[in-house]
Design a protein around this ligand. Structure first.
Ligand code: GDP
Ligand code: MG
Length: 251
């Protein structure tokens, strides 16, 4: 019988550091003597810092799709992911061979796949099967330091949570790009909606309620990390274990 496997979907806007975190989280988990495997779902990536156990590029080539269907780069990536579903049974049987404690899934930057289209949910279900799963959503510090962008990123994260129907851990990534003061400020926003509301100035009632709700649902899991500088991995690992232990009840 196969042992328990946990699927960790690594999500976030293009350039937020998903691929780098996938590599560094795998190294971290290996140090904890956890067996890990990695799935690459990005059909357009040219260079990977890790060796994938499953690589979507073996099934679809975004550049071929672009030429064959006369599409631009963004729509060809979205079409590539749709095409993956036409090869579901082959993919499933390859993925079924994977055995590991943790399976890290590196996702493409086209976040609309996961936020606005059903494809992301179908693919995540295809991949994880009946195994437990969670998502990590990366907020790029460079964007998050602006209050309104911070809110937009949290909305995106909520949208992905809603689509995938998975527990999501939010990560403030690339904190090495922030001054100490900027980091403190972002963490204070995440801690208490009042801090964020002060920063935003006058707000209509709808926005006020929205901000309160977003921060309320966040307050216990915004994890500051710099995956390049190896910061925050212990906290992330503890949170992952908490989510796994909490199962479906975890919000
Ligand atoms: P992806 O598009 O989300 O997969 O992002 P990548 O992992 O490819 O990273 C995009 C860029 O951000 C690369 O230039 C990385 O070197 C850089 N990057 C990733 N993680 C960090 C980090 O923790 N700190 C800093 N400063 N840069 C990072
Ligand atoms: Mg990537």
């Amino acid at each position: 019988m196969k042992r328990d496997m946990y699927y960790v979907f690594i999500l976030g806007t293009a350039g937020s550091g998903k691929t780098t975190l996938t590599k560094n989280l795998q190294d971290y988990l290996l140090d904890q003597e956890m067996d890990t495997a990695v799935i690459n779902l990005d059909p357009a990536v040219e260079h990977l810092p890790y060796t994938p156990d499953f690589d979507v590029r073996d099934y679809v080539d975004a550049y071929e799709v672009m030429q064959n269907y006369h599409l631009g780069p963004n729509s060809s990536l979205i079409a590539s992911i749709d095409l993956i579903l036409t090869k579901a049974s082959e993919i499933k049987s390859e993925i079924d061979q994977i055995e590991a404690n943790y399976v890290l899934v590196d996702t493409p930057g086209q976040i609309e796949l996961f936020a606005y289209r059903d494809t992301g949910r179908l693919i995540s279900q295809l991949i994880r099967g009946n195994n437990k799963a969670l998502g990590l959503f990366l907020l790029d510090s460079f964007l998050a330091k602006e209050a309104r962008s911070f809110i937009s990123l949290l909305l995106l994260s909520s949208s992905i949570k809603f689509r995938l129907d998975l527990p999501i851990i939010n990560i403030l990534n690339k904190i090495d790009l922030l001054t100490e003061k900027e980091l403190e400020q972002i963490l204070a926003w995440g801690d208490n909606a009042e801090n964020l509301i002060d920063e935003l100035g006058r707000l209509d009632e709808y926005s006020l309620e929205l901000v309160n709700l977003l921060i309320e649902s966040l307050s216990y899991n915004l994890i500051p990390m710099s995956s390049e500088e190896g910061k925050g991995f212990n906290e992330l690992y503890a949170e992952i274990q908490r989510v796994i232990a909490g199962g479906e009840d975890y919000l």
